[in-house]
Design a protein around this ligand. Structure first.
Ligand SMILES: Nc1ncnc2c1ncn2[C@@H]1O[C@H](COP(=O)(O)OP(=O)(O)O)[C@@H](O)[C@H]1O
Ligand SMILES: [Mg+2]
Length: 461
């Protein structure tokens, strides 16, 4: 018979304080962080040299005949081949034999050709009412890691593949979205910072004309603000490796805006500090230039997020199907309520005093989206969450898929990945997850546009 072995103690008992102290380093001063940062920067360079990190120059892969005819342009492969043969001026693709590979520019040109020449009952170009502005979509939740950036990036890419012209604005100073899109941001002047500074500086200029007329001292504009006044969209908007996705990037210095914005507001109490981004999109022609504008936000309800929410037509709130994420999302909605209600109250008191009409914030549609969903473990929880959110929640639950973040360093997410690197079945399932997320989003988008177009029509008699 075996003697039962002595059960070993759990690892956290019988620890010796003196030995523990002897293993501690000296107390840490501020400087030590600089050293850690320098080591990380060096490590990053080493990894980049060994091919673990992007070299900064992202290139979008090509798209095959299979993928084009299955996902991008609703034509049969044989028909596409016939059309290409009959039209040598059209892009012919690269590669030997049956499957040809096309750049996205070429796919867009082919799609335009079919839209002009093809069967009129098929949807070659996505719905976009003429003359109406772009729709602004903010993806927000003050919890981190819920899938904001992944959702925003995948939606931006699927909208681009679908033929929309997309602008992505990264408001998170961590810059994850900027890395995904291969953006280069030297300092805060290539982020939204100068756009919000410009809005403040303009408000100050207006105030100063009033003050001059009343013989009061003017508010001084410092050098930063004077420079911001000259900022144009093209100073901050950059091209990406996607022909129809542009970017306003972010980097660490953008975080400074969270400190600067309230200071500006103290200098001029009447400056609406939530409106800078909205004003930029409206006044500088950006809404005319694009179809859809995606705003990725930091995990906080700070001033940048408030700007993003105020600018949004469509608000998407990703969350995982867990108690903690549900609970924190509930608090996020509570904070949205108190933040925007208090702005409305404050503004409207002033508006009423001045005999002006009242303002209110309004969103076309707000939707919570379940992300990273594991049907085998989370179905009950998701059903409960759905019952509480009701029509505030999307019907489709975005599955957890190992393809996200696994595709390699040059590539981010399912749309940039080359399907040949995966088991076909795995690819099709992973892709369907994000295609269905996009499909449900697109219904919201085109529904909002259609509603706007109807209202426009009625207003014009
Ligand atoms: N559908 C998904 N399947 C698997 N992993 C996902 C999915 N969506 C997001 N992730 C992963 O979850 C993590 C957090 O996502 P991220 O989009 O960065 O969240 P946030 O922007 O809210 O902080 C990332 O590592 C991302 O790759
Ligand atoms: Mg993020």
């Amino acid at each position: 018979m075996n003697k039962p072995t002595q059960p070993s103690l759990p690892p956290y008992l019988n620890l010796d304080p003196k030995a523990a102290a002897s293993r501690l380093p000296d107390p840490i001063g501020t400087q030590r962080f600089a050293k850690a940062a320098a080591f990380c920067a060096k490590g990053r360079d080493d990894l980049a040299r060994r091919g673990y990190a992007p070299d900064g120059e992202k290139r979008l892969r090509r798209f095959s005949t299979w993928e084009i005819t299955r996902y991008l342009i609703p034509v049969a492969p044989a028909h596409l081949r016939r059309v290409l043969k009959a039209n040598p001026d059209l892009p012919q693709g690269e590669g030997e034999g049956g499957s040809k590979w096309f750049t996205l520019e070429e796919v867009l040109a082919l799609r335009q050709y079919f839209a002009n020449e093809g069967v009129s009952t098929k949807e070659y170009l996505p719905y976009r009412p003429e003359g109406l502005p772009a729709k602004v979509v903010s993806v927000a939740n003050f919890k981190g890691g819920v899938g904001k950036t992944s959702t925003a990036a995948h939606l931006a890419m699927s909208a681009a593949l679908d033929g929309y012209k997309v602008l992505v604005i990264d408001l998170d100073s961590q810059g994850s979205m900027t890395s995904i899109l291969g953006g280069k941001v030297a300092d805060e002047w290539q982020t939204v910072f100068p756009l919000i500074a410009k809005d403040y500086a303009r408000a100050v200029q207006q105030e100063n004309t009033v003050r001059v007329a009343a013989d009061q001292p003017e508010i001084l504009l410092d050098e930063t603000l004077r420079e911001a006044l000259t900022t144009l969209p093209q100073d901050v908007i950059q091209k990406t490796h996607w022909p129809n996705i542009d970017l306003i990037g972010a980097q660490l210095n953008l975080y400074w805006a969270e400190f600067q914005i309230p200071v500006w507001r103290m200098g001029l109490r009447s400056w609406p500090l939530w409106d800078g981004l909205t004003n930029f999109l409206n006044d500088d022609g950006v809404l005319e230039e694009y179809d859809v504008i995606f705003l990725d936000t930091p995990p906080a309800l700070g001033y940048l997020t408030i700007n993003a929410l105020a600018a949004a037509d469509i608000l998407l709130v990703p969350l995982g199907a867990s108690f903690l994420e549900f609970d924190s999302t509930g608090r996020f909605f509570d904070m949205l309520y108190s933040t925007f209600a208090s702005i409305e109250d404050g503004e409207n008191a002033a508006q009423r005093a001045a005999g002006l009409p009242e303002m209110k914030f309004e969103w076309d549609v707000v939707r919570a989206i379940i992300t990273r969903f594991d049907a085998s473990q989370q179905t009950d929880m998701a059903n409960v969450i759905q019952a509480y959110f009701g029509d505030f929640m999307n019907a489709y639950r975005q599955d957890y898929t190992a393809l996200v973040g696994q595709a390699g360093e040059q590539v981010n997410g399912i749309y940039e990945a080359d399907y040949r690197e995966f088991n076909r079945e795995t690819y099709v399932r992973g892709r369907e997850t994000f295609d269905r997320t996009y499909a449900e989003f697109k219904e919201l988008l085109i529904g909002c546009w259609w509603r706007d177009a109807q209202m426009e029509e009625q207003a014009n008699g």
